[in-house]
Design a protein around this ligand. Structure first.
Ligand SMILES: *Cc1c(COP(=O)(O)O)cnc(C)c1O
Length: 459
């Protein structure tokens, strides 16, 4: 390496502002500087290796440094890296759109972008303009969006507008457009509402009440299908997604699914909507789309939505939106190869099998009294840490309990991230069973270690 670890650490702290990071805290800690990756492992500049328990922020599918993905990228690179999609086309973006639509037979067009937040932003703008294009007078008031409590759909201002996470979103409130919040079936914290199915019924009743009263003011409902990821891996009980779809149809509002976190095999099927046969009007994909190689996202729409944008040049029905790197060839060829490999390697069946084994292994964590709830869908897991199991009270934020647990896990060779009081384990999808067993062992030891320290601090 050209530079010493100390030099890089110094420059990192001097020059880089890290996302979602309290930099004052960061400045006091040893940064993790990754140099390379291989399979399920990340290697830092000191040569230490870590199991990638966050799939490099929920994106990695086949492991790092996959020879076939590398080759596909090299092959594309020898042709061209990028040309614009504004007014011209390119080969990989055509092939990828066709491929994506094979998974969504009821949809008809793919609109590319480069991040999940942009895919959401695009879905919201399309949904809004859809009504105006159809009938600007009749639908003049259809301007609002409905989203779930604790919703997270990305960090641009439009995506934040449909967000519902206090900590992330509160400060920006004066900048945002209006959103209507409805409850989400967060079973662990809704004891007073009864059984899972009673909770689902309650949430759907609330959504129905909102739609009944205000559908004339509502353009669409946006949800993360099956699992609210950033909210803390809130796994929705069966029937909720389908229930939302049914209500959207009944009250004439668009049904938007944000598959950015759950898409591309994460929950055991290629897309989460498949599990409830949900057919959204708009769907957003991102994160795992390139197997974790390059930034790419897309918004898929039905023919009905698309057709509303067709008109003469002076009719102003055009969708005036686009990003400079839209349809980038390198990103699209990585995505094409990723999808091909998911199929060729039988990854979905593999994820389902491994998820099943993982459930058994995670059970052991309940031996530690501060483990309040373990939630899982496919290879998406959340472990909610509580101060006291009976009251489900969480640790004060200043205690940084979850942060201390993840630092402990890192020392032991596993990288994971906390979301508030929830530790998330979102492994590289191709992680082997042995590697996952090791990851769960480290998780156990790290949580137990902090539990021990906590008891020590109390006496
Ligand atoms: C990560 C995420 C986004 C935002 O994607 P970025 O690529 O980070 O902009 C949007 N929606 C969901 C559900 C996500 O998990």
């Amino acid at each position: 390496m050209a530079y010493s670890c100390e030099q890089l650490e110094q420059w990192d702290k001097q020059c880089v502002w890290h996302p979602f990071t309290q930099m004052k805290q960061y400045a006091q800690e040893r940064p993790l500087i990754i140099e390379r990756g291989q399979g399920s492992y990340l290697y830092d500049v000191d040569g230490n290796r870590y199991l990638d328990g966050y799939a490099s922020l929920w994106v990695n599918v086949h492991g790092h440094n996959d020879p076939e993905l590398n080759a596909a990228l090299r092959e594309q690179l020898e042709k061209i890296a990028h040309s614009t999609l504004l007014g011209s086309a390119n080969v990989p973006s055509i092939l990828l759109a066709k491929r994506l639509l094979e998974y969504w037979p009821h949809m008809s067009k793919v609109f590319y972008s480069d991040t999940g937040a942009a895919a959401v932003e695009i879905a919201l703008k399309i949904a809004y303009q859809y009504w105006k294009n159809i009938d600007p007078v009749r639908y003049a008031k259809k301007n609002k969006f409905v989203s779930l409590k604790e919703a997270y759909h990305g960090d641009t201002v439009g995506a934040v507008s449909v967000g519902g996470m206090e900590v992330f979103h509160r400060i920006f409130a004066p900048l945002l457009f209006e959103r209507i919040e409805v409850p989400s079936p967060y079973v662990y914290r809704m004891d007073e509402y009864g059984s899972e199915q009673e909770i689902v019924r309650y949430c759907l009743r609330e959504l129905e009440r909102v739609l009944e009263e205000q559908h004339e003011h509502i353009a669409g409902v946006i949800v993360e299908p099956l699992v609210q990821g950033a909210a803390g891996i809130i796994v929705h009980p069966r029937g909720f997604l389908k229930g939302v779809e049914t209500l959207c149809r009944r009250y004439g509002v668009l049904f938007i699914c944000d598959e950015v976190a759950v898409g591309f095999g994460r929950t055991g099927t290629m897309f989460a909507c498949e599990q409830e046969e949900a057919k959204p009007d708009l769907v957003c994909v991102g994160k795992g789309i390139t197997g974790g190689y390059l930034p790419l996202a897309a918004t898929l729409v039905t023919e009905d939505v698309y057709a509303a944008f067709l008109g003469k040049a002076d009719e102003d029905k055009t969708f005036y939106h686009g990003h400079t790197y839209t349809g980038n060839q390198l990103a699209c060829s990585a995505a094409l190869k990723n999808i091909e490999l998911i199929e060729a390697r039988g990854l979905l069946a593999d994820v389902q099998r491994k998820a099943h084994r993982l459930t058994e292994r995670l059970e052991a964590l309940y031996e530690i009294p501060i483990v309040g709830d373990i939630r899982q869908k496919g290879l998406m897991c959340g472990i909610e840490i509580v101060k006291e199991r009976r009251t489900k009270a969480i640790f004060p934020r200043a205690a940084m309990m979850e942060h201390r647990i993840i630092l402990e896990a890192r020392r032991r060779g596993l990288v994971i991230r906390p979301l508030g009081p929830v530790l998330t384990f979102i492994p590289v999808l191709s992680m082997s069973e042995d590697e996952m067993t090791e990851a769960v062992r480290i998780l156990f030891d790290s949580i137990a270690c902090l539990y021990g320290q906590m008891r020590g601090e109390l006496v």
